[in-house]
Design a protein around this ligand. Structure first.
Ligand SMILES: C[S@@+](CC[C@H](N)C(=O)[O-])C[C@H]1O[C@@H](n2cnc3c(N)ncnc32)[C@H](O)[C@@H]1O
Length: 176
C-alpha cells in the first residue's frame, strides 16, 4: 500500500529548491510514488539518491528512473552512502519509511542519524496515514522530530489521499 495522491506527493517534495543543485535523499521509495515527482521537480539538476531495503523494488526503480541513483540498503546507512559518493550534506530528505524504521537503535532515533548529514537549512518530510498519528510510534517520531529540528509542522489532512494522510515537515537540524 503506498501513498496515492498527487496532492500528497507535491507537499512531500515542496522543500526541494527550484534553483541550484540540491542533494535529495529519498528513503523507502517502494514502488516510487514520490520518485517521479522528485525527478520532475529536480528537472535534471542536483542529485537524487534513493535508499530502499527491498532489493527488487530498488532494482526496478533504478531501471525506471535513470536519473536516480537507487541503492538497496538501510536508511540508517545514509551517512556512509553520502560519504562514499562524495556528496556532502543532504539538502532535503523525503521519507516514505514506515514508523518501525525510525525506531531508536542504541537510543539514537533515525532522524538524529540523518540530521548529522543534513545541510544547516536542510528539510525532512515524512508522510503518515491519519489513522496512525496518535499511535505510540507516531507520537515518538513527532517528539524525535521536535527534538532534532528547529521547526516541525504537520500539514492538514490530505483527504484526497486514500487513505487520508498528513505530511510532517521538519527544517533546520540542531547541531548534535
Ligand atoms: C510505505 S512503503 C513506501 C511507500 C512508497 N512511497 C510507495 O509508493 O510505494 C515503505 C518502504 O520503506 C522500505 N523500508 C522499510 N524500512 C526501510 C529501511 N530501514 N531503509 C530503507 N527502506 C526501508 C520498505 O521496503 C518499503 O518499500
Amino acid at each position: 500500500m503506498g501513498p496515492s495522491s498527487r496532492a500528497l506527493a507535491e507537499q512531500m517534495v515542496a522543500p526541494i529548491p527550484l534553483t541550484g543543485d540540491p542533494v535529495v535523499v529519498e528513503l523507502g521509495p517502494g514502488t516510487g510514488a514520490f520518485t517521479e515527482v522528485i525527478q520532475r521537480r529536480l528537472a535534471g539538476r542536483g542529485t537524487h539518491l534513493a535508499v530502499e531495503l527491498n532489493q527488487g523494488w530498488a532494482a526496478d526503480l533504478g531501471h525506471r528512473y535513470p536519473g536516480v541513483e537507487s541503492v538497496c540498503d538501510s536508511a540508517r546507512r545514509v551517512p556512509e552512502l553520502l560519504a562514499e559518493r562524495g556528496l556532502g550534506k543532504a539538502d532535503v530528505v523525503v521519507s516514505g519509511l514506515p514508523w518501525v524504521a525510525h525506531a531508536p537503535v542504541d537510543g539514537v532515533p533515525l532522524v538524529r542519524v540523518l540530521a548529522e548529514v543534513m545541510a544547516p537549512e536542510g528539510a525532512f518530510t515524512q508522510f503518515a496515514y491519519t489513522w496512525t498519528r496518535w499511535a505510540p510510534p507516531a507520537r515518538r517520531q513527532h517528539a524525535d522530530l521536535r527534538a532534532t529540528f528547529e521547526e516541525t509542522v504537520v500539514s492538514r489532512t490530505v483527504w484526497r489521499n486514500l487513505p487520508p494522510a498528513v505530511v510532517y515537515l521538519a527544517r533546520r537540524p540542531h547541531p548534535a
